[in-house]
Ligand binder design. Structure first.
Ligand code: ADP
Length: 239
């Protein structure tokens, strides 16, 4: 518990260019009162907390604490933010933007997934990509278990390689589990965006656990792409 504030004021003479230029030095030691110590303890445990709530916990009215709040904030022990309250100066509280962004859930922003069975040909997968107007396909096996992901460039590469795309099954070229990066509906949209950026990919399957024929896996229930993130960003900017 902090119960002393050490305040040191050193005034330098800017005309002197060496270390002997201190012209005034004041050291003030302030002992915190019992109540100021209690305020710090409350803020430590409950912060950010508004002044009224601190006063309630101490059984006094807000006005009584005004000099204490003034001293504790001036001394740099507490910080105050309008509509947020008091918090320890040493503690970083999330900005309002961060709180809003992290409150946006994947569940509310996801689109329908486009899935294909793992044994469809590369040709059929390309047709599927065009018909559904997407950039990534999720590959599933029997029972709807996620097996892999195929992107536009994966498909372009195989076409340029002059392989017979009418014969090659899509699971030969996919990025397969467990290397597929996924999110769940409960995750924040910010976490999804961070994964897209960190892994340099365009799309994330939204998944939930599934059990099929004694096998544990992931079922695809949606998709988050850079377009979903862009839409969310636009909405954040609406007045
Ligand atoms: P593109 O290759 O068309 O630019 P991406 O950047 O999304 O599209 O894909 C780059 C590579 O990452 C591809 O090989 C693709 O199979 C793979 N990939 C795409 N999405 C994922 C994902 N969610 N998890 C793991 N790998 C992925």
């Amino acid at each position: 518990m902090v119960n002393y504030i050490l305040k040191c004021v050193i005034v330098y003479d800017s005309n002197v260019g060496n270390n002997d230029n201190i012209i005034e030095c004041e050291v003030v030691i302030i002992r915190l009162t019992k109540r100021q110590e209690q305020i710090i303890k409350i803020v430590e445990e409950h912060g950010p907390i508004i002044g009224e709530d601190i006063a309630d916990l101490l059984g006094v009215v807000r006005a009584t604490l005004r000099p204490d709040f003034a001293l504790l904030t001036k001394a740099g022990l507490l910080k105050a933010r309008p509509r947020v309250g008091y918090y320890l100066a040493s503690k970083k509280i999330p900005s309002q933007t961060a709180e809003t962004v992290k409150g946006m859930k994947v569940a509310d922003w996801k689109s329908a997934p486009v899935v294909v069975e793992e044994n469809v040909t590369v040709y059929d997968a390309i047709v599927n990509l065009f018909l559904n107007d997407v950039g990534t396909l999720y590959i599933i096996s029997e029972g709807g278990i996620l097996e892999g992901v195929v992107s536009r460039k994966d498909l372009l590469k195989i076409v340029l390689g002059q392989a017979d795309i009418h014969k090659i099954p899509i699971n030969v070229i996919m990025t397969r589990m467990p290397n597929v990066v996924t999110v769940t509906a409960d995750d924040s949209l910010w976490e999804a965006a961070k994964k897209l950026v960190d892994h340099e990919i365009d799309s994330l399957p939204v998944v939930q656990p599934i059990f099929h024929n004694g096998r544990e896996g992931l079922e695809v229930i949606g998709r988050i792409t850079k377009s979903n993130i862009t839409k969310a960003f636009v909405e954040l900017g609406v007045d």
